[in-house]
Design a protein around this ligand. Structure first.
Ligand code: MTE
Ligand code: MO
Length: 549
């Protein structure tokens, strides 16, 4: 009698709820175990990072642009939170499913492990089948756990049979199961379930935290190697920034962008931590007469040059923030290429494309002609007096004046291959961006801000303009539909850097629209024609609407 009352399987809403809780716990355990295993493989092989990376690889450019605009540099965090949210919903669903079909629900957990494993091994930076381990082991752990936890709820079919039997006047529970025997599938043991759930949650948290800590401590060698670097004196220093290059106007972008404020654009969910002492750069491919593999010390022992270069992202909207100016130090890429016997197409070299590969699997293709035409294309090791920050490509990255970052500025570089544009499409080109993309002439109003409310009288309108490697010769400002007025240009540093400008506006009360346009040294004024960032950079004039009080 006792048996009939206290140990029927759990049914109805409470069964579903317990199933959902079990699913959540199983999912949590799977992620936690995977995190722990990923510490033994590589941090990037964990399922959330791998699926996130795969999503980034497959996101249409328009969506990516939208995401970057909406979430700024938080886009990666948003992506990971999104994946976790989706996983949560799926885990709840699989848990509920398992209350009816225990095996199918558990197999469902395994299926997600397969997705994670495929994502990890399919990433361009994958180092092999080992990358499948975290997702696989995590999913197996999660699936077993779900099977076990659901087992503690009692067998749903058995319950139905029992009820039918009872309705037919048969004996209720013949097995003599006592409360607390839930594990054999015939009874619901609430306390036992809660105990199991709590233990699972605790063990998962332990595994997850251990994995986090281990993953966090990876890269300590890289951190130590960075601390140990003393950048040599350049054999060719940058001339000091002219006094008048930086205007003292509130709200204008500083002439040199501090490293901490420098924009960051890349596909890496985990910033690569490369140990400079074991770093190597291989140079090979079409027309390379002497293949070479350089160490970091090899680079430091070559003549270093120091240059101010403004970097811009092709994803920068008109008026957008993805532009920054820094003082770089590095080896001339052309020197290295010449040592390897590489000739540019104009000297009848066979390769017209230089493909740079990073440790995280990025590929970036630049015209060989451009990097060897005398401009200061760099294998950079320093940024504003520091070794490169990890986010900006430590230990070595490329910087090429005049080309958008996605066709020139490979961070965490490890390989340079000479090839042709016909033979190979780099990462972004496969995603429909242009093969070649020189930077377009742009100007931006930094102050006043959009929808600002300056006071009537003299209002300083100011900002930056850039046309790297051509130089900026003129900036003009227009108020509403009035005539173009020439702005005052700050002193030029080099034609590879942006230039500040200002215009003292006699502002009258009411709503006004300010527009800016620049003219580069070829005499070409910045076009009014609006173009999307895709495929080779946005065009159009930046306007700012303000209300003068
Ligand atoms: N390895 C790697 N290098 C990369 C990228 C990347 O995604 N991965 N993005 C490129 C792009 S699109 C730009 S605009 C610049 C940005 O450099 P920053 O983040 O230092 O500003 O890096 C380039 N180098
Ligand atoms: Mo970019």
């Amino acid at each position: 009698m006792d048996d009939d009352v206290s140990s029927p399987p759990l049914r109805g809403i409470r069964r579903l709820t317990a199933g959902a809780v079990s699913g959540l716990l199983a999912g949590y355990a799977a992620i936690a175990v995977a995190e722990l295993v990923s510490a033994a493989v590589r941090p990037e092989s964990g399922p959330v990072i791998a699926v996130g990376g795969a999503a980034i690889d497959r996101t249409p450019a328009a969506v990516k642009d939208w995401a970057i605009r909406q979430f700024g540099t938080d886009d990666k965090l948003v992506l990971q939170l999104g994946i976790l949210a989706v996983l949560t919903v799926l885990a709840l669903g699989l848990g509920m499913l398992a209350t009816r079909w225990r095996l199918i629900g558990s197999l469902g957990v395994l299926a997600f492990g397969v997705v994670g494993a495929l994502a990890a091994t399919g990433r361009p930076d994958s180092t092999g089948a080992g990358d499948a381990l975290p997702s696989t082991v995590g999913a197996v752990a999660g699936a077993c756990l779900l099977f076990w936890l659901i087992g503690r709820l009692g067998d749903a079919d058995h319950g139905v049979r029992e009820r039918d039997q009872a309705a037919a006047g048969g004996e209720g529970s013949p097995s003599g199961t006592r409360p607390g025997d839930g594990a054999d599938g015939s009874g619901w043991d609430r306390r036992g379930f809660i105990r199991a759930a709590t233990a699972t949650a605790a063990a998962s948290t332990g595994a997850g935290l251990a994995g986090r800590a281990l993953n966090g401590s990876q890269g300590q060698g890289a951190v130590a190697s960075r601390k140990g670097i003393v950048l040599p004196r350049p054999s060719s220093s940058a001339s000091p920034v002219p006094k008048g290059a930086g205007l003292r106007i509130k709200g204008i972008s500083p002439f040199v962008t501090p490293n901490a404020d420098f924009y960051r654009v890349d596909t890496a969910l985990v910033v690569p931590k490369v140990d400079a002492t074991s770093w190597r750069l291989r140079i090979h491919g079409l027309g390379v007469q002497r293949e070479r593999t350089l160490t970091f010390d090899d680079l430091l022992n070559m003549p270093l040059i120091e240059r101010d270069i403004t970097l811009t992202c092709v994803s920068n909207e008109v008026g957008g923030p993805y532009v920054g100016n820094a003082r770089w130090i590095g080896v001339r890429l052309a020197d290295v290429l010449e040592q390897c016997g590489v000739r540019p197409p104009s000297k009848s070299g066979p390769a017209d494309q230089l493909v740079a590969r990073s440790v995280d699997g990025m590929t970036i293709g630049s015209p060989v002609e451009d990097v060897m035409d005398g401009r200061d294309a760099l294998l950079a090791v320093g940024m504003n007096g520091q070794p490169l920050p990890f986010e900006h490509g430590f230990p070595v990255r490329m910087v090429v004046p005049g080309l958008y970052g996605y066709v020139s500025a490979c961070k965490w570089i490890r390989d340079i291959e000479l090839t042709t544009f016909d033979a190979y499409d780099a990462y972004w080109v496969e995603r429909d961006w242009a093969q070649q993309a020189p930077i377009k002439t742009e100007s931006r109003i930094d102050t006043p801000k959009p929808f600002g409310r300056p006071r009537a009288g003299t209002v300083m309108v100011a900002g930056v303009a850039w046309a790297q490697h051509r130089g900026i010769d003129k900036v003009e400002v227009r108020v509403d539909d009035g005539p173009w007025q020439e702005a005052r240009l700050a002193a030029e540093d080099t034609r590879d850097t942006w230039r500040q400008w200002s215009y003292a506006w006699q502002a009258t009360k009411g709503g006004h629209t300010l527009t800016v346009r620049a003219t580069d040294r070829t005499g070409q004024p910045q076009t009014e024609k609006r173009a999307d960032t895709m495929p080779d950079g946005a065009t159009g004039w930046h306007t700012v609407a303000v209300t003068v009080d």
